[in-house]
Design a protein around this ligand. Sequence first.
Ligand code: NAG
Ligand code: NAG
Ligand code: CA
Ligand code: CA
Length: 216
Amino acid sequence: MISSRFSFRGSGPELQPGSHHSSGHLGHGLGPLLLLQLLFITLFVGVLVAFLYRVPKNPSDQKQEKIYQELNQLRSGVDRLCRPCPWDWTSFQGNCYFFSKSTRNWTDSLIACQEMGAQLVIIENLEEQKFLKFNLPKKHRAWIGISDLEKEDNWQWVNGSALSHSFSTYWNEGEPNNQEDEDCAEFKKRGWNDEKCAFKNFWICKKPAVAFCSRE
Ligand SMILES: *[C@@H]1O[C@H](CO)[C@@H](O)[C@H](O)[C@H]1NC(C)=O
Ligand SMILES: *[C@@H]1O[C@H](CO)[C@@H](O)[C@H](O)[C@H]1NC(C)=O
Ligand SMILES: [Ca+2]
Ligand SMILES: [Ca+2]
C-alpha cells in the first residue's frame, strides 16, 4: 500500500502484482523497492536539473550570436556610409588631401582651405612629398602652405613652424631664387619653387581623416 504512493504507473517491473504480496512484511520487502524508486527519482531529478541548467544557456548563446551578427551588419553599414575623407579628397596616412581644379593667388588659396576646415598643405616628410608628387594632376603647379612673406628667405609654414633644414632638398634646383620678389612656395613635380604670391595657381589642402572610419 505504501509503495503505491511512490510508484509511477508502468514505471517498472517492480509494480507487478507480485510485489504487493511482499507488502505484508513491511520491513524486508519494501526496502529494496523504495530504494530503487528513490534512486530513479533522484536520477530523474538530476537529469532534469542538468537539462534545465543547459536549456537557458542555448537561447542566450543564440541571442549573443544574433547581437553579434547585427553588430557586424551595422559596422559594415557604417563602413559603407563612412568615408575617411570627403568626396574629391584623397586619403593618405590618416590625412585627406584636396587638389584644386581652379586657381587662386596664395592668400585666397589659404582662405579656401580654411573654409573647408583644412589647411594649405604642410609637408611633414619624404613619403608625403612623394605622395603629392604622384597625385598632383599633370602639368599642375600648386600652392603649398609655406612662405617667406614675413621676412625674406625665412621660410615659415602656415602654422608658424620654421622650415626644417633637412627639407632643403625638396626645392627645385636653383630655388628659392626670389626672382623679382617671390615669397610663396608652389609644388612642382621637379621640386618646390618660390613664386609671386599674386600668381593664380592651383592649390593643395590637407586635413585629418575622420578617425572612426579611417581603416581602409
Ligand atoms: C606645424 O605643423 C607641423 C606638422 O604637422 C608640426 O610638426 C609642428 O609642430 C606644427 N607647429 C606648430 C607651431 O603648431
Ligand atoms: C588675391 O586675390 C584677391 C581677389 O581674388 C585679392 O583681393 C587679393 O588682394 C589678392 N592677394 C594677393 C596677395 O595678390
Ligand atoms: Ca622671397
Ligand atoms: Ca623662384
